[in-house]
Design a protein around this ligand. Structure first.
Ligand code: SF4
Length: 102
């Protein structure tokens, strides 16, 4: 289980969540390469410890526990995981947006 960033983050990329995450599971931050190019932020499901601290920080309520992701946004579970698991080229081919260049 992990928390998942969904549709509302696209074009928002507030990063308040990045600042409160105790295990640095959310990327990219504003200081990291690729921040300007990615369409949203992503939670690493292998790093997330399910603390929930990021949820109330998000100004657009984009973050859900995996089991609570609304049905029409379930694809974001896979998209968040893919951003960390796939090469930038693979991610961009599959999702049509900037992959992980960290
Ligand atoms: Fe980080 Fe906690 Fe949010 Fe997981 S639930 S991404 S550990 S702040």
């Amino acid at each position: 289980m992990a928390y998942v960033i969904t549709e509302a983050c696209i074009g928002t990329k507030d990063t308040a969540c990045v600042d409160v995450c105790p295990v640095e599971a959310i990327h990219p931050s504003k200081e990291e390469p690729g921040y300007d190019e990615v369409e949203q932020l992503y939670i690493d499901p292998d790093a997330c410890i399910d603390c929930g601290a990021c949820v109330p920080e998000c100004p657009v309520e984009a973050i859900y526990a995996e089991e609570d992701v609304p049905e029409d946004m379930v694809k974001f579970v896979e998209k968040n995981a893919d951003w960390y698991a796939l090469s930038p080229e693979e991610f961009e081919a599959k999702w049509g947006s900037k992959g992980n260049t960290l």
